[in-house]
Design a protein around this ligand. Structure first.
Ligand code: ADP
Length: 580
């Protein structure tokens, strides 16, 4: 239904009332004017007829037609009133009622309209003398055209006046209606603004008592809305901050599988833009069908659900999903899904399992060997001194091997502990002192194998580090270089400060001319018990833990270790440590 504005309703009602009142006033005034005009003409007719009647009455005897005509002529000339003498009974020309009324003694009048000429005339009959019925009557007639014209002129003026008044009144009515409705309009606009969420504009004050309460109520509503908005905003910011700072990914879906929200961590995991996906169907945003299936299960299940999912990409990731259904008061459902990247955890689990298997395997071999030779000795080989000393030599080597593995494992676990706690004890030392210690340790082995050990280190180079651990790492690298190089070759050990503008680093390098390493082995080289050639490593007394120890020592110093190698040419290990 079309709605009419209050201003127009008021204005229309007012205008109709006013027009009706002015029309009624105009009608009444017109009728009044017409009556007065007729009355004044009638009066003039009566006066003329009466004066002629009096002249006739003064004369004794019957009326003198000639004298009357003479007087009547004078009157006609002066007043344009036509007077005739009508003898009693001569009613032929006068209407009976008029004649009768006059004959009874009164003055009678009437208005006549001649249809043929379209003219209106007024007639007045006055009796002559006091006798009743009178001897004659005087009939005065006048054309009402002039009076009608005057009347029309008056009526026109009246109409103009009425119309003018009506126009002014209607205009005033409009102004009034606007004045009445303006505060309502303003309050309506303020309410509409509030409903639209605009709380910046104040609610206008009004002087109209009835509306003042409404304005106050709206004003209170606005204050509450502002406060509520601030609270919601604060809660939203807090929620966003909490969700945004969570390491776990969180996403919420509604019952129709539309994404209600997603935090930064989940968006990063799923490789989507968090600002672009709110309200969109899950199928459009998330490509992984397993995750969509999980969301459906989470929405439908009353109890929390959990599952693991592999996200394929440049690096496959295992995600642990935990879903909880949401139910609000209206019964609308949905689910919140928490995503946890457990790739690293899974990897560590795997590494731990491998480690246990590897350690067991590594320990098994020397133990089996020791057990075997001891049993052989007990079984009688002891009787042969040559065999005894040979077997005991093997047992001693295997025991050394066991001790070496256990030592390395203990060293690794110690380093890992301080790496995890981040409390590695450090001191500022001259780097040359570390390299001297390494040379003292490795020099005899190098000499045994006729390998030259060249050391290059600026005398004034100092760094803040754990000297014992760094020494251990460099010894491991030099040991490897010696182990995997042939006699007559050279091993270079160098230390230098990194070139600016990069970070202030200490760069330690161990280069050899040994057998080198195939590129395929390089990525796994620093894993525990990883060996390129198991038999060779074992023969050389390696535990497969040397490089792993180097890696952990470097990591404990928040540094990095890398390897460059070319099979048959040589290998270079580079350790970069922050100089502190
Ligand atoms: P290992 O005790 O067997 O030497 P490491 O962890 O020290 O164990 O080294 C792992 C493997 O890396 C070794 O088995 C060896 O095959 C290879 N390797 C280490 N350093 C060198 C090197 N300088 N030249 C060639 N191969 C090397």
């Amino acid at each position: 239904m079309p709605r009419t504005r209050l201003v127009w309703q008021l204005f229309a009602g007012f205008s109709v009332l006013l027009t009706a009142a002015i029309a009624a006033a105009f009608w009444v005034a017109s009728v009044q004017l017409a009556g007065q005009a007729d009355e004044s003409l009638r009066q003039r007719l009566a006066d003329a007829a009466r004066s002629l009647a009096m002249l006739e009455a003064d004369r004794d005897g019957p009326p003198d037609a000639a004298a009357f005509e003479n007087n009547a002529q004078t009157v006609r000339t002066a007043t344009r009133i036509d007077c005739r003498l009508i003898a009693s009974g001569g009613t032929a020309a006068v209407d009976d009622t008029l004649a009768e009324a006059a004959a009874r003694g009164g003055i009678a009048s009437r208005s006549r309209y001649d249809g043929a000429s379209g003219r209106r005339s007024l007639e007045v009959a006055v009796p002559i003398g006091t006798r009743r019925p009178p001897v004659a009557i005087v009939l005065a007639t006048a054309d009402a055209a002039e009076s009608d014209r005057d009347l029309a002129t008056w009526q026109r003026r009246l109409l103009a006046g009425c119309l003018g008044t009506a126009a002014c009144a209607v205009a005033a009515g409009y102004v009034l209606a606007r004045r009445v409705t303006r505060p309502i309009d303003e309050l309506r606009a303020a309410a509409a603004r509030l409903a639209g969420g605009d709380t910046t504009t104040a609610v206008p004050a009004t002087e109209v008592a009835e509306l003042a309460d409404l304005a106050t109520a709206l004003s209170r509503l606005r204050t509450q809305l502002v406060e509520r908005g601030l609270t919601i905003g604060r809660q939203g910011t807090q929620q966003e901050a909490v969700l945004g700072s969570m390491i776990e990914g969180v996403l919420a879906v509604d019952a129709r599988q539309r994404l209600l929200g997603i935090n930064r961590a989940a968006a990063d995991l799923l490789d989507v833009d968090p600002d672009d996906c709110a309200g969109r169907p899950l199928i459009d945003v998330i490509r992984n069908p397993d995750l969509r299936r999980f969301a459906l299960t989470a929405i439908d299940c009353r109890a929390p659900v959990e599952d693991d999912l592999v996200l394929h990409g440049p690096r496959d990731r295992t995600i642990r999903l935990r879903g909880t259904a949401l139910r609000d008061a209206s019964g609308e459902g949905g689910a919140v899904i928490v995503l946890n990247d457990v790739t690293e955890m899974k990897r560590l689990e795997h590494v731990r399992r491998d480690f246990v298997a590897n350690v067991s395997h590594e320990l098994k071999t020397p133990i089996a060997s020791i057990k075997g030779f001891v049993e052989t000795l007990l079984d009688g080989a002891m009787d042969d001194p040559a065999d005894t000393s040979r077997f005991l030599g093997i047992v001693a080597r295997q025991a050394d091997r066991l001790a070496a593995i256990v030592d390395d494992l203990l060293a690794l676990s110690r380093i890992e502990q301080s790496e995890g706690a981040g409390n590695l004890p450090v001191e500022t030392v001259p780097v040359a002192s570390i390299l001297t210690a390494v040379t003292l340790d490795c020099g005899p082995r190098a000499a045994d194998r006729s390998i030259r050990l060249e050391v290059d280190c600026p005398a004034n180079l100092a760094a803040t580090l754990n000297a014992a651990l760094v020494e251990q790492a460099v010894i491991n690298l030099v040991d490897n270089a010696l182990k995997y190089s042939e006699s007559g070759k050279t091993v270079w050990l160098s230390a230098a400060a990194s070139e600016p503008p990069g970070p202030r680093e200490l760069v330690l390098r161990v280069r050899d001319e040994g057998c080198g390493i195939e590129p395929i082995h390089l990525p796994r080289l620093f894993e525990r018990f990883y060996r390129v050639d198991k038999a060779r490593s074992r023969n050389l007394g390696g535990t497969g833990l040397g490089l792993s120890i180097v890696k952990h020592i470097v990591q404990a110093h928040t540094g990095a270790v890398s390897v460059d190698s070319e099979p048959g040419v040589g290998t270079t290990f580079t350790i970069r440590l922050p100089r502190g």
